[in-house]
Ligand binder design. Structure first.
Ligand code: 13P
Ligand code: SF4
Length: 306
């Protein structure tokens, strides 16, 4: 504990010295979320980072998130404390595969989940996050949509847009996709008073049992505003930290103990201190790629604000 206090003091001192802001995704370890200046889902963090005036952003999350912050704020130094914190879903489609996919459907618009590489973003027409995907897609004039890489978010959005035609890339999040409908059902039977809140990266057999489906921020907002006192959470376990902090009078059960993203859990207080001290690992996105990706991300911000 004393060791942690010392580390936290050092992080605060380095942060001031470097004119840095620390942001953390809700899947980060609780101790990381506790020292962050801003905690949120991928959309909230993208918007927040795009408007910051500091010179350095320490992004506690995974690579594609820090990359997006760099693309939206090219003049800033963006640090990812753990270089190997990646997202397996983001690696499930390459720019070349996306070009081929588009060539097979030349009349369609490419909608890409933010959980993707910057080269894939640069090949896309617009980016979405789980909290704005429905609004962005509804606001697009195009009738045919190629959605990548997440098949589950894609089918969840497609079900709510019967006026459009969707072709889905078959990527998935290994953590959420592994969840099973029978577990969701069993948890609802075990806690009959509880509401089940799940992320749209879960399969339809899981979301079928949900009382609410939404991004991590959506889940947090829903639990805050609900009159219910008990919830089953169908997303990564880190989300239990802000939920419990904000709602000490409510009970939260993780739907399945396997809801852990090991990449998100790599970042520690020690790695944040090292990151600030040594300037590692600085995100670099070649400007020719960043320019294309920025266009798709900016279109997201614009369509999501209508
Ligand atoms: P959010 O859009 O809820 O931040 O989710 C990001 C993510 O990686 C989910 O697995
Ligand atoms: Fe990627 Fe899944 Fe981890 Fe989110 S939870 S960062 S989609 S692997």
């Amino acid at each position: 504990m004393t060791e942690n206090r010392q580390l936290i003091e050092e992080i605060k001192r380095l942060k001031e010295q470097q004119d840095a802001v620390i942001v953390a995704h809700t899947y980060q370890n609780g101790e990381v979320q506790a020292i962050a200046d801003m905690v949120g889902d991928s959309f909230a963090l993208s918007k927040y980072c795009a408007n910051l005036t500091c010179s350095t952003i320490v992004f506690c999350g995974v690579g594609f998130m820090a990359e997006s912050a760099k693309i939206l704020s090219p003049e800033k130094r963006v640090l990812l404390p753990e270089q190997s914190a990646g997202c397996p879903m983001a690696d499930m489609i390459t720019a070349e595969e996306l070009r081929e996919f588009r060539a097979q459907h030349p009349d369609a618009a490419v909608v890409t989940y933010i959980n993707s590489s910057s080269t894939v973003k640069a090949e896309s027409d617009v980016i979405v996050t789980s909290s704005n995907a429905l609004k962005v897609v509804k606001n697009m004039p195009e009738k045919k949509i190629l959605f990548c890489p997440d098949q589950n978010l894609g089918s969840y959005i497609a079900a709510q847009c019967p006026e459009k035609e969707f072709v889905l890339w078959q990527g998935y999040c290994p953590t959420h996709h592994a969840m099973q409908g029978q577990i969701a059902k069993a948890m609802k039977e075990k806690y009959p008073e509880a509401e089940l809140l799940v992320h749209p990266e879960c399969k339809p057999e899981v979301t079928a049992y949900a009382d609410y489906i939404g991004s991590t921020q959506g889940i947090i907002d829903y639990a805050r505003n609900s009159e219910k006192k008990e919830f089953i959470i169908g997303t990564e376990m880190g989300t239990l930290y802000p939920l419990s902090q904000e709602n000490p009078d409510k009970i939260f059960h993780l739907m399945d103990p396997e809801l852990v993203c090991t990449n998100m859990k790599l970042t520690t207080l020690e790695s944040i201190r090292r990151s600030l001290e040594t300037g590692t690992y600085e995100m670099q996105v070649p400007e020719e790629v960043a320019a294309g990706a920025r266009k798709s991300l900016t279109r997201m911000l614009e369509l999501a604000s209508r």
